[in-house]
Ligand binder design. Structure first.
Ligand code: FEO
Length: 388
């Protein structure tokens, strides 16, 4: 058990061997499930629980730590935080599950809890623990519709559920080195929070009005200097992208690799930052991270049975779902005898609010006319970026 501040404890679990989340997100550092315990002078509250697969040892530790829990506060219904609530209730049957109405409805669906275990709270409602007061803030869509935050008013400790979190384990609970914390936090923002950029900005404004000293997410490090995570979040969620292009490619017989590297070199000559992502070998999180601030996204795609290579098609579906602030979108590629790459990738990215650039396709290996077309594409991107 680690003390965050007076009578507020960390009660989470580190899960360094987990390698994917939602069978989608790659977890190079594993993850953690951060639960907390707030000991007031008259009442006690457990803030969230842990992933059920990790609950056996955690429940033993919880029983050694305390003999009484009055409230189990559920900030988010996703099971990596709520899934152990039924087991906690078996050990502490007098405890009430404190949450908002929407979260209650979802917990009943996912965990088959009954009405009588709940205490439903509303936005800005408070709950006294004696010398500590919990204040609740509904925060829908970071990243589920029932998400909420809880503030210990007297201590300035803000529990933010997934918001401001990171899929990381930590030797030390608090973020020690801002730069070291940023990589995991940015990947987490990209893969989970980026589609909700409007809400992210709204809750950053809310948090700026609160007297906080600690930010305690439910994954990754705790921040005893809130600006360590709030400042990057303001930058990532800002409206204007950077003078940056991400080229995501797959190659079968080298044509698209040659085209990608040539285009990257031409863009670099124009003073544009370029990230080239080989989708065959890099996890999807790399592309997601680059999309946080890139002004232009280019897919470089070979034809497979007339359509786009399925790996690029998958990346296009992901980019479409993540709704990055990217402003320009291009497609380059190669084919053997015919293709519908542009039509199909355009359809797969229909939710992106981007200006679509003229595609460039080479038949087989790129020839001088194809390189000239890539020169024109680089010039067009440079002119577009000059207006950012
Ligand atoms: Fe970590 Fe949305 O659960």
């Amino acid at each position: 058990m680690t003390i965050i501040t007076k009578n507020i404890h960390y009660l989470g679990v580190q899960d360094p061997s987990r390698r994917t989340f939602d069978a989608l997100m790659h977890l190079p550092e594993g993850t953690s499930y951060n639960a907390y315990y707030v000991q007031g002078s008259t009442k006690t509250a457990l803030i969230d629980t842990v992933e059920p697969k990790q609950s056996a040892a955690w429940l033993k530790e919880l029983q050694q730590f305390t003999k009484h829990i009055d409230y189990i506060v559920s900030l988010h219904a996703e099971q990596d935080h709520s899934g152990s609530i039924p087991e906690v209730l078996k050990l502490f049957p007098q405890a009430k599950v404190v949450t908002n109405q929407k979260c209650k409805d979802m917990l009943k669906e996912h965990l088959t809890l009954t009405d009588d275990v709940f205490m439903v709270i509303k936005d800005r409602e408070t709950l006294s623990l004696g010398d500590k007061t919990l204040e609740f803030f509904l925060a829908p869509w970071v990243h589920w519709p029932e998400s909420m935050f809880a503030l210990v008013q007297e201590d300035g400790v803000l529990f933010t559920t997934d918001f401001l979190g990171a899929h990381e384990t930590a030797d030390k609970l608090f973020c020690q080195d801002r730069l070291a914390c940023l990589s995991g936090a940015q990947r987490y923002y990209a893969e989970i929070m980026m589609p909700f950029r409007t809400q992210v900005k709204k809750y950053l404004e809310l948090i700026a009005t609160l007297p906080i000293k600690f930010i305690c997410p439910c994954h990754g490090p705790i921040y005893d200097n809130p600006e360590q995570i709030l400042a990057p979040y303001r930058e990532w969620s800002a409206d204007t992208p950077k003078n940056k292009v991400v080229i995501a490619y797959v190659t079968m017989h080298e044509s698209t690799r040659i085209m990608s590297k040539y285009l990257a070199a031409q863009l670099s000559k124009q003073g544009i930052d370029v990230d080239v992502v080989d989708l065959e070998i890099e996890p999807s999180g790399q592309l997601s991270m680059h999309l946080v601030d890139a002004a232009t996204l280019i897919f470089a795609c070979p034809a497979v049975l007339v359509g786009p290579h399925p790996v690029v098609a998958s990346a296009a579906i992901l980019a479409n779902a993540l709704r990055p602030k990217t402003k320009y979108f291009g497609i380059i590629g190669s084919y053997g005898w015919g293709h519908k790459i542009a039509e199909q990738l355009t359809a797969l990215t229909s939710l992106l609010t981007v200006e679509r650039l003229t595609p460039v396709f080479a038949k087989g290996l790129p020839k001088p006319a194809d390189f000239a077309a890539l020169d024109t594409l680089a010039q067009t991107i440079s002119e577009k970026h000059s207006t950012l």
